[in-house]
Design a protein around this ligand. Structure first.
Ligand SMILES: C[S@@+](CC[C@H](N)C(=O)[O-])C[C@H]1O[C@@H](n2cnc3c(N)ncnc32)[C@H](O)[C@@H]1O
Length: 316
């Protein structure tokens, strides 16, 4: 069965590699979209870079594949669907024909299958990110979890490593990491509201023993030198959060703290859309260097994920 699998734009190759490694045949179908044949549903279910899964579908096509994918996603109740069609009379005709062909119920607010005739696809709700891993409380600048998963892959985290997100918001990055890797994570953020939401998210996903969240300043971290293996963070771009002027102070302070708290073989991945300013700040730091830049696109922003490593061992 052919599937349409979506991820953040810029992460297609990473996800294609994973799915191909698990035995599927994968081609890039477009920005943020893979066409996948022969994937084991489990390989899709457990990969946190997978944002959504759909089946190619046209009016009149058989929908038994969509039902099996809902079952593979762990949904055992009778299936409900919706039809994403603006024209009310066309929608009504479609709803009736799908009800007659499948015995499913039309439920626009509680669906498992979303039929989108104009896009030619049937979206599978139980295989969407939040259905697979759990819903999290969010704020407007929250990093989408499937983006967090891809950026975490760039960090090459190994079991047992200590991860820090110094501008961690509601905790998405360390939480997504802890859902798939044994190891610990620390979320730091200036905002009390964000840290409260992070703590709720950590509790609701039962990660209290491995992910910790505390109010703090990324430019003045309450952490010992060299105590962190990886830093992964979606830092303020100066658009939705902060200002480019504030970044003039934030970025040098943050980069100086990275240089201080990262272990000798540490690595950091930082996402920002204020690219020139960030790259200039790293270039001025004597102990860190940018080793890779990965352009991303999601939710109307086009940031870069900067991979950073040490130039030389930390001074003791
Ligand atoms: C893009 S958001 C982070 C999104 C986060 N990954 C999430 O999913 O919620 C940037 C965050 O940086 C925080 N921030 C801004 N300046 C900071 C500072 N000096 N120290 C720590 N956090 C800061 C903001 O409060 C905001 O939560």
């Amino acid at each position: 069965m052919r599937l349409i699998v979506t991820c953040a734009v810029g992460l297609e190759d990473l996800l294609r590699g994973d799915l191909a490694h698990d035995g599927a045949q994968v081609t890039v179908g477009g920005d943020g979209e893979l066409l996948v044949d022969g994937a084991e549903p489990d390989a899709l279910r457990t990969n946190p870079m997978v944002d959504r899964v759909a089946l190619p579908w046209a009016v009149g096509d058989d929908l038994s594949g969509a039902e099996s994918l809902c079952r593979a996603g762990g949904f055992e109740e009778p299936i409900a669907f919706r039809v994403h069609e603006r024209d009310a009379s066309r929608r009504e005709v479609l709803v009736e024909s799908v009800e007659a062909a499948t015995g499913w119920t039309n439920d626009p607010s509680g669906w498992q299958v979303n039929l989108v005739p104009q896009a030619g696809r049937a979206e599978i709700g139980p295989l969407a990110w939040a259905s697979r891993f759990g819903a999290m409380e969010r704020l407007p600048a929250t990093t989408p979890p499937a983006v967090a998963a891809g950026v975490l892959r760039l960090a090459k985290l190994r079991p047992g490593m200590r991860l820090l997100d110094p501008c961690g918001g509601v905790g998405t990055i360390p939480i997504v990491d802890a859902l798939v890797r044994p190891g610990s994570g620390l979320v730091v953020d200036l905002s009390t509201e964000s840290i409260e939401l992070a703590q709720n998210n950590i509790r609701s996903l039962s990660l209290e023993d491995r992910v910790f969240a505390e109010v703090g300043d990324a430019t003045d971290l309450d952490l010992a030198d060299g105590c962190v293996d990886r830093v992964v963070s979606d830092v303020p771009f100066g658009k939705k959060i902060g200002s480019t002027k504030a970044n003039d102070t934030l970025y040098p302070g943050l980069v100086a703290e990275l240089a201080r708290v990262l272990a000798d073989d540490g690595r950091a991945i930082l996402i920002t859309d204020d690219k020139r300013r960030f790259a200039d700040v790293v270039a001025r730091n004597r102990s860190l260097k940018i080793v890779k830049e990965t352009p991303l696109r999601y939710n109307g922003v086009t940031p870069t994920a900067f991979s950073i490593s040490r130039v030389r061992a930390r001074r003791r």
